[in-house]
Design a protein around this ligand. Structure first.
Ligand code: BMA
Length: 819
């Protein structure tokens, strides 16, 4: 009999099982209709029993939820049949769970990141059966383990390092504290007989045009009958015997003429269906496993050189410049993250020319949908093991959980061609070196054994073709400081926390896997989620939705050297989004101009999990901030930029594409009124996967009036680079230079902005006009006498509102100090 799965999705009820004496809950109904998969927060919300935790300061009033003991109950009917086994299969329980079947304990579990299978036949009755999952408070559990093992350093005042649960759920510098509980992934009854597949691990490699797949298969069996396992891919079939008693087999397939899988900017993403079936003595498979795999090679090049040591992802023998972004869970309540939502979000990343997403270690191993979409859409994925910003104990009960969780997730994710790197931890090796951990840790463990021994051994055993690196940041050796420009991975956080973004120019990292800058969410997101009257950047709700230490102070200090001071909220909002965008553009263009030494930039962060002022390019409502547009421009596979080099200025072409880039290029020094002061013609020749530097002559790079002139370089294929000799706030920008023509078009508006003089950072913040309006481009600098047409997509209802009066059109010209 084949494996039969019956999902338990219906009839669930949530109950407050035992109220915490310390943190008292309000009075609740005895039973609350529940959704599985889901969690307590989303069930209480759906039942109208709590307000939305993402609005205003509601988070604070809902803290009690994470401190209670909760119970989920449902009933299902069961008729005994001839199957050998009846299992209750939980794909994910969050987190401290006790399972009762008909009132008898069936299992106790403490790890959100694992799945569980419990044989329950002996507990079942013919007819109606009850399954109850009790969740103890994750707070209380983690505090208790902390007491047992002794406290360890942690960047946050919460015990997330003493429980295997999504760390950021306890609150982060961009996330609310919403300590969840619940059945967060599907739960089902599975019946089976004789045997079933427990793990299928395909290792796909390529030599010449032939794809090789070695498939390791593990099984669980109740019968000693000899069995056969078969594998099929692209019409190539093979089989292997599984003799009586054996619990594993290996299959090898050679697939002729395979097409290589590439990241989206370098090629296509052919995927091949691989199916594995297990047979005993009948024609019907006992169990089947199916995935889409791909053929590509992946290597991590960390060779030592005259600078230090490299960090280069090499795909199909092509060294890739990673134009990346860090990914956090897209919602604090992950069961709400649908495949459609992921497709949109990953698509927004691709549209911004991102070719790599790093799944950060304070979140989760993402859903199968996530990696499947990255396979299909051509995004490289780097997966952190789930350790972030803290010392972690290597003792029991944590140790066994870490090992089991790592083994399970490596097996689950390894079929995906998009996955190119396993990384041990986020910032924990750095923390050991620099964050005063060594005294409090003393001779106890802090996680090094995981990052340097246990995890690499697991990857080498189960997923041998994929690289592993111990941490981000890390230098390749514990003898070298982990956060050095010249070695391996680098995080740059003094910019934003302490120093101006121009400091990026003092770093030429080998690979910068975190650097970021804050900005507020879009105005419609703020207005939906924060109801302060008056709404200002210092009103209560705005401050609550800003989780960084001295966040607003850092925003103000970070903008002061570059942008004019402002008082009013709408201007503050535009300028803070602008400064975020400019900081990252500045950093990315600089890092990319050193292509070769530097081979990756992973911006912190792509997405948000709720409405908040943060480092994200896409806000908590999924809307693109000005940063998103700046990132798209700075991440263009072909980038033209002007950078200081020694005492001169240089024009630099950066070409991440697979074909060379060449053509006539003109560089002009201009006055803001359009007067041409000097011209330089050159022919730009940039090889594929390379950068080329052309030093500009002095007549171009020396300005007579630093506040009133700029450089504009233009290539034959329309790429443009600008250079200003002074900060934006000091530029002699003319006022009242824009004339605007607004035309209705199919599905929205066209706004053509003409400028008589130089117009800097012209943006349409379309959601000021209508919350659902989206613009195609932002932060355009319009040359003197030039114009730009913004295309706005909007629902028909938006057309009833005046665009001109909406305040959506912004430019720096209207704000700079004039003299
Ligand atoms: C790094 C990240 C995150 C954090 C970010 C911004 O430490 O790994 O933990 O959110 O900086 O402070």
């Amino acid at each position: 009999m084949p494996v039969i799965r019956r999902p338990l999705t219906r009839g669930w009820e949530l109950r407050l099982s035992v109220a915490s004496a310390a943190v008292r809950p309000p009075v609740l109904p005895a039973a609350i209709a529940a959704t599985v998969p889901g969690c307590v927060h989303t069930d209480l919300l759906a039942a109208g029993l709590i307000p939305d935790p993402y609005l205003d300061e509601n988070e604070l009033a809902l803290d009690w939820i994470g401190h209670q003991r909760w119970s989920y109950v449902t009933h299902f009917s069961y008729a005994p049949d001839s199957s050998d086994r009846v299992d209750l299969v939980c794909d994910g329980l969050d987190t401290v769970a006790t399972i009762l079947v008909n009132g008898r304990q069936a299992g106790k579990f403490v790890n959100q990141h694992r799945s569980y299978r419990i044989p329950v036949a002996a507990l079942l009755a013919d007819g109606d059966n009850e399954v109850e999952v009790i969740f103890d408070s994750a707070w209380a559990y983690a505090e208790n383990i902390k007491q047992q093992l002794g406290n360890l350093p942690n960047a946050y005042p919460t015990p997330f390092n003493f429980i295997r649960k999504m760390a950021c759920n306890f609150g982060w510098d961009w996330g609310p504290t919403v300590v969840t509980a619940g059945i967060w992934k599907p739960i089902a009854i599975e019946t089976w007989s004789m045997a079933r597949l427990t793990a299928v691990r395909p290792v796909a490699t390529v030599s010449g045009a032939t794809g090789h797949v070695v498939v390791d298969v593990d099984l669980e069996r109740t019968s000693d009958t000899p069995m056969t396992v078969t594998a099929l891919i692209a019409g190539v079939r093979t089989s292997a015997a599984v003799p009586a008693g054996a619990r594993s087999a290996q299959l090898t397939l050679a697939v002729p003429d395979v097409e290589l899988w590439w990241p989206h900017d370098l090629g296509s993403q052919p995927l091949y269906d691989l199916s594995v079936e297990l047979f005993a003595d009948s024609e019907t498979a006992l169990d089947t496993w199916q995935r889409r795999i791909g053929f590509r090679t992946i290597r991590l090049d960390t060779h030592a050189d005259e600078v230090g040591s490299a960090f280069i992802l090499v795909v199909n023998d092509v060294p890739i410049f990673a134009r990346g972004a860090n990914w956090i869970p897209d919602d604090c309540f992950p069961s709400r993250i649908t495949a459609d939502r992921l497709r949109t979000r990953i698509g927004q990343g691709i549209e911004a020319n991102i070719n790599l997403l790093r799944i950060w270690g304070g979140g989760i191993y993402e859903s199968d949908d996530f990696y499947g979409l990255c396979d299909e859409l051509g995004v490289l994925v780097w997966q952190d093991f789930l350790f972030a910003c803290a010392a972690y104990p290597e003792e029991e009960p944590i140790r066994s959980e870490v090992i089991a969780e790592a083994r399970e997730n490596v097996v689950r994710l390894m079929p995906h061609p998009s996955l190119v790197l396993w990384n041990g931890c986020n910032e924990n090796i750095w923390g050991w070196f620099d964050w005063s951990w060594q005294d409090p840790v003393g001779d106890r463990t802090w996680g090094a054994g995981y990052y340097l021994d246990i995890l690499p051994a697991i990857v080498a055993e189960l997923d041998p073709s994929r690289p592993y690196y111990p941490g981000s940041p890390y230098s390749g050796s514990m003898d070298i400081h982990p956060n050095e420009d010249d070695y391996g991975l680098r995080h740059i956080w003094d910019v934003w926390n302490d120093v101006d973004y121009t400091e990026y120019r003092n770093h030429v990292p080998r690979f910068v896997s975190e650097f970021g800058y804050q900005g507020p969410p879009n105005i419609s997101t703020i207005e939906r989620s924060i109801h302060d009257r008056p709404l200002t950047h210092t009103s209560r709700g705005m401050l609550h939705h800003q989780k960084a230490t001295d966040g607003n102070g850092k925003l103000a200090r970070g903008a002061a050297p570059h942008l004019p001071p402002v008082e009013r909220f709408p201007e503050w909002h535009y300028l803070m989004q602008l400064n975020q965008a400019e900081a990252i553009r500045f950093g990315v263009e600089h890092f990319r101009s050193h292509r070769g030494i530097c081979m990756g930039t992973v911006v912190w962060q792509l997405n948000d999990c709720w409405p908040v002022t943060s480092w994200a390019a896409i806000d908590g409502d999924g809307k693109k901030k000005l940063l998103w547009y700046a990132q798209r421009a700075a991440y263009a596979p072909r980038l033209l930029t002007i950078q200081p080099r020694d005492d001169a200025l240089a024009l630099i072409g950066v070409n991440d594409s697979g074909v060379s880039w060449r053509g006539a290029t003109t560089v002009q020094r201009l006055r803001f009124d359009g007067t041409v002061l000097a011209t330089f013609e050159t022919r730009l020749v940039v090889d594929r996967l390379a950068a080329e530097t052309v030093v500009l002559p002095e007549r171009i790079s020396a300005a007579a009036d630093r506040r009133g002139e700029f450089l504009m370089a233009t290539t034959a294929d329309g790429q443009r680079a600008l250079w200003f000799f002074a900060e934006d706030k000091d530029l002699k920008l003319a006022v009242d230079v824009l004339t605007t023509a607004v035309r209705q078009r199919e599905g929205g508006l066209e706004v053509t902005v003409h400028s008589s003089s130089l117009a800097r950072h012209v943006a349409v913040m379309a959601d000021r006009w209508h919350p659902d309006a989206v613009v195609d481009e932002a932060l355009v600098t319009i040359p003197p006498g030039g114009s730009h047409t913004f295309r706005i997509t909007a629902p028909a209802a938006a057309l009833a509102e005046s665009f001109a009066n909406s305040g959506a059109l912004r430019s720096l010209n209207e704000l700079v100090h004039r003299d």
